[in-house]
Design a protein around this ligand. Sequence first.
Ligand SMILES: Nc1ncnc2c1ncn2[C@@H]1O[C@H](COP(=O)(O)OP(=O)(O)OP(=O)(O)O)[C@@H](O)[C@H]1O
Length: 211
Amino acid sequence: MGEALRLEALGIGALVGVDLTLAPGEVLCLSGASGSGKSRLLRAIADLEPHEGEAWLGDTARSSLPAHRWRARVMLVPAESHWWAERVEEHLAVAPSEADLAALGFADEVLGWEVARLSSGEKQRLALLRAVAVLDERPDEAAALLLDEPTANLDEAMTRAVEAWLRERLGERGWPTLWVAHDPGQIARVAKRHWHIEGHRLVERETRPWQ
Ligand SMILES: Nc1ncnc2c1ncn2[C@@H]1O[C@H](COP(=O)(O)OP(=O)(O)OP(=O)(O)O)[C@@H](O)[C@H]1O
């Protein structure tokens, strides 16, 4: 189950020569100063900006697929999600299960809410639910997740709930996940490996074992 996500000599902006392999189901945390290129690296992996190098999901090279098909499997959840519909249910083409909604603190009624009323944290949680629901639609296809500070707008209790929910999903589905995070506590909780952007290079940092 699951396929590895491999980055080969990936380069965007000042950040070049990124070689990294994430095993199926592995969470790897990425940190770096503001403006060091974390979001751009995720955008390059999702093929949303011109870049150097190649990315692979299992045996499938990014360049061998039309961009929209790659992005449907290598799913970016940006720090600020984009909303195009008036109501939550129109935006979530694939409705998350009741259990998943509940795990992230929502009752079913949320599907009928207007997007305009959503708080930043509600938007962030719904964007995660949406990404997972879309990938779950095709359980037989390999997939990967790119999460850009997925708990940045959440309080401590909800942060822990999101971490637990994501860890369970990623473990079950075998999706390799690149997770941008700043909090050393979170990094230690969710990832076995931690890379930091330092002087336009990726440097591995120690992290405590997965607990
Ligand atoms: N399309 C672009 N063309 C040129 N430079 C860009 C482009 N998009 C972003 N940048 C610049 O690249 C640098 C890295 O931006 P990025 O958004 O990846 O930073 P970040 O590490 O995610 O920062 P933060 O933690 O503040 O979100 C920034 O200096 C930004 O201004």
